[in-house]
Design a binder for this molecule. Structure first.
Ligand code: BJ8
Length: 442
């Protein structure tokens, strides 16, 4: 059967596809070109991965990423094509939503995990046809990208794994389960009871069994130990990278650090990623040793805490860094919360994973002492002049915990600012005003 496809670039430079004559694979090929169209859009920071309107060039810090940072800055976009290649090889993909997800179970099974939490407001209107408006934008965006079929990572996920963390997320998973194969782990809400530790261990065991049944593989304890060691190597490197910002002045801006931490999730060739991280760290050190100072020594040093960041919420970092500050540390799930510790490589690997993941200091835990411990340590080690918390609108766990964080930081005499925001660009000016006033008084 004869057929042809013509890719056309319109005035926006977005590709469109015209089918000359239908072919049996038309739908599949059309779907692929639709994804490519999306990728180009993202590459231009057009819609799905857009920068907030009104974000201007940084006043005192370099806004454009130097070459060494670019690969990570573009990683999410470039990862779409890598993911397509992974699927073409017949490798299973698992979409995830949370730092509590034990990635090692998937890599031990020869699968590729990918984070799905969306970080732009593009599909929120679509999500609000089903979900309430006063819901966290992270949940709405994640669901919106799934129903609108606009997230290539969601599209390629054979299985989506979530956890019962906050109420909004767990109820969203019920709806997501209507359109994707969704498996939800029952996360305990406390870290200090033996019953919680036992439940989480059983949940990880059950996840392993689910993965084995779903993908027709067997995961041995040796596979898990190998996966733990692999992921630990990545944690060590990412920690080495962000700890470079302990220097005064730091050798990179907070935006550059964020883009590496966020972008590293979307590099799927593990060994190549580790090599690239090593090279990046060495290059940053070399530049610094040669006297390059991308940040003035007078910049006020800020530690970030709160909800996960990336994409649209870069606007918070930009507001700080356009106002005489520099973000030196991220306590949240985009940063130290993920990479500060390592999973034990000894003993029963399921127990080691349970111990490690249960102790993540998220506001869904009660009490949440581990967040305070990590935040206090980062403030000391990175010599933070102040802490800025980013809370996503309608996020109950973090907004209620703000009071505890303020009390804690008062106790160690570290100034604190809490900013509530969403994925829109409507509050860019307001964020800048509040960040500037905060940094002014440090
Ligand atoms: S371990 S921070 S990734 S739950 S912001 S969806 S809590 S209403 S993202 Fe999170 Fe895991 Fe915790 Fe990290 Fe709910 Fe709040 Fe929205 Fe949130």
């Amino acid at each position: 059967m004869r057929y042809c496809f013509v890719a056309l670039a319109n005035e926006d430079n977005r590709y469109r596809v015209r089918a000359g004559q239908a072919c049996p694979n038309f739908k599949a090929i059309k779907a692929f070109f639709a994804l490519i169209s999306q990728i180009r859009t993202i590459g231009q920071f057009g819609r799905m991965f857009k920068m907030p309107d009104g974000v201007q060039a940084n006043n005192h810090l370099p806004n454009k990423l130097p070459e060494i940072f670019e690969s990570f800055g573009e990683a999410r976009r470039d990862g779409f094509l890598a993911m397509k290649a992974i699927k073409d090889k017949g490798i299973g993909v698992v979409g995830t939503f949370c730092t509590y997800t034990p990635y090692e179970v998937f890599t031990a099974a020869g699968l590729v995990p990918v984070g799905l939490c969306s970080t732009s407001d593009e599909t929120i209107a679509e999500a609000e046809k089903t979900l309430p408006r006063n819901l966290c934008p992270l949940i709405k965006a994640s669901y919106g990208f799934a129903v609108a079929d606009k997230c290539p990572y969601m599209y390629f996920s054979d299985l989506v794994v979530g956890e019962n963390t906050c109420d909004g997320k767990k109820k969203m998973y019920e709806l997501l389960g209507r359109i994707k194969d969704v498996y939800v782990m029952d996360l305990p809400q406390t870290q200090y009871k033996d019953s919680a530790k036992l439940l989480w261990k059983e949940e990880i065991e059950a996840l392993k069994e689910k993965v084995e049944a779903r993908f027709g593989v067997t995961v041995t304890p040796e596979d898990l130990v190998r996966a733990i060691k692999e992921r630990n190597r990545e944690r060590v490197l990412l920690k080495e990278l962000y700890e470079l910002s302990k220097a005064t002045p730091p050798p990179m801006t907070g935006l550059q650090q964020l883009r590496i931490l966020f972008g590293s999730q979307f590099k799927f060739d593990h060994e190549a990623k580790l090599a690239e991280l090593r090279e990046t760290i060495d290059k940053i050190k070399e530049n610094y040793a040669q006297g390059q100072r991308p940040v003035p020594a007078t910049a006020k040093r800020i530690a970030i805490t709160g909800c996960p960041m990336g994409g649209a919420t870069e606007k918070v970092v930009q507001a700080i860094e356009e106002s005489g500050g520099v973000v030196v540390a991220y306590e949240n799930c985009t940063g130290a919360k993920q990479f500060d510790r390592q999973v034990s490589e000894n003993g029963n690997p399921i127990e080691a994973l349970a111990e490690y993941y249960l102790n993540i200091g998220c506001a869904v835990m009660t009490p949440n002492k581990n967040r305070l411990e990590l935040l206090g340590r980062l403030c000391r080690e990175f010599k933070a002049d102040g802490v800025v918390e980013m809370v996503l609108q309608a996020c109950q766990p973090y907004s209620v915990e703000t009071h505890t964080i303020r009390e804690f930081l008062d106790g160690i005499s570290v100034p604190f600012l809490s900013l509530e925001t969403d994925y829109s660009s409507g509050d860019v000016g307001q964020l800048k005003t509040r960040a500037a006033a905060f940094i002014e008084m440090l």
